[in-house]
Design a protein around this ligand. Structure first.
Ligand code: FAD
Length: 293
């Protein structure tokens, strides 16, 4: 199933994101997680791609296993910054050959441990170039998703810039977008308004990260420029070393956040699972009465 076609019909989507584990044990744990989340009947699941192409084979293997061993629709993430166009073509052709129909087209981050890193000659330097490359070489074989940033990408000087280049990805042929995690819905609503004003009409699905580890989330959030509201910090901080209480607060917060998004008629919810099912299952339990079908 092509995710873009599904969303264009106005249907509501629930999706889960995983990363490709480094070890065979990690991979087996991931497939246990997938098994327990499968009962929620997600619209699709997605598998991330390591910065700089570091998970090329692992992402491909996990995507292929999900596609062959489950009945789930799977979307492969693909980052372009460290690949030649020949590499990108081969990766995409490989996906097309096994029947993968959905790609999340990303630039990826420049490798932090390689200050002299230069993209290969002729590489796609921005995700809009990757979207265009996919459309030019593969037509409508894939439904293409792109990332969006309700609080602005850390490299964007302001929201005007953010919207200008987001629009460029859409005009290059993106069908839908998934947002960076955020914890204050007002950023998301303001972003939707800015998109509407800029005549960006693709479905934009909010990315939800249920918090299970306070220090880890502080690090992630500061890296991607997501603000954690002070009131939430104050609730979490006293329990930074208490995983059970952190999970409880994180889940309660994610439920409140999702219910507010559902009240405001979002078209879907995309959960960053970190390859664990517990928090996502608990959040789902708390919102299922409010979910549209
Ligand atoms: P771009 O769309 O290229 O934008 C990056 C920056 O460049 C922005 O500031 C933008 O405004 C600016 N820009 C865009 N085009 C131009 C232009 N033509 N001229 C000047 N400036 C421009 N990373 C991974 O490594 N693997 C993953 O699997 C992964 N999955 C993700 C999933 C989601 C849902 C999200 C939100 C992010 C994900 N990321 C992933 C992180 C992402 O790779 C980083 O945020 C990266 O820094 C930017 O990628 P992008 O595709 O948004 O880049």
């Amino acid at each position: 199933m092509k995710i873009g076609d599904y969303l264009r019909q106005g249907k509501f989507s629930v999706s889960f994101e995983f990363f490709p584990p480094k070890t065979p044990e990690g991979e087996e744990e991931l497939f246990q997680t997938i098994k327990s989340l499968q009962q929620l009947n997600p619209t699709f699941v997605s598998v991330t791609y390591g910065a700089g192409g570091s998970t090329r084979d692992r992402t491909r293997r996990v995507v292929e296993r999900i596609h062959k061993e489950t009945n789930l629709t799977v979307m492969a993430h693909l980052t372009c910054i460290a690949h030649t166009k020949e590499d990108l073509y081969d990766i995409l052709k490989g996906y097309a050959q096994i029947g993968i129909e959905n790609i999340l087209a990303l630039r990826g981050d420049l490798p932090a441990n390689m200050p002299d890193f230069k993209p290969p000659e002729g590489a796609c330097k921005h995700s809009s170039e990757l979207v265009r490359f996919i459309r030019e070489n593969f037509g409508n074989t894939f439904s293409i998703g792109v990332a969006s940033y309700p609080e602005g990408h850390p490299e964007s000087p302001n929201m005007e810039w953010e919207i200008r280049y987001f629009k460029q990805k859409v005009e290059a042929g993106a069908d839908f977008s998934i947002t960076q995690m955020f914890f204050d819905n007002s950023y998301f609503y303001r972003f939707l308004e800015l998109c509407q004003r800029a005549h960006i009409n693709i479905p934009i699905i909010p990315g939800i990260m249920p918090i299970t580890n306070f220090r880890q989330i502080q690090k992630f959030a500061s890296m991607c420029g997501a603000e954690i509201p002070q009131s939430l910090v104050e609730r979490l901080e006293p329990y930074a070393d208490n995983p059970e209480e952190t999970l409880k607060i994180g889940v309660e917060f994610a439920i409140e956040q999702c219910l507010d998004l559902l009240d405001n008629r979002v078209q879907g919810l995309h959960f960053y699972t970190l390859n664990k099912s517990k928090a996502t299952l608990l959040v789902y339990e708390g919102i299922k009465g409010a979910l549209k079908t």
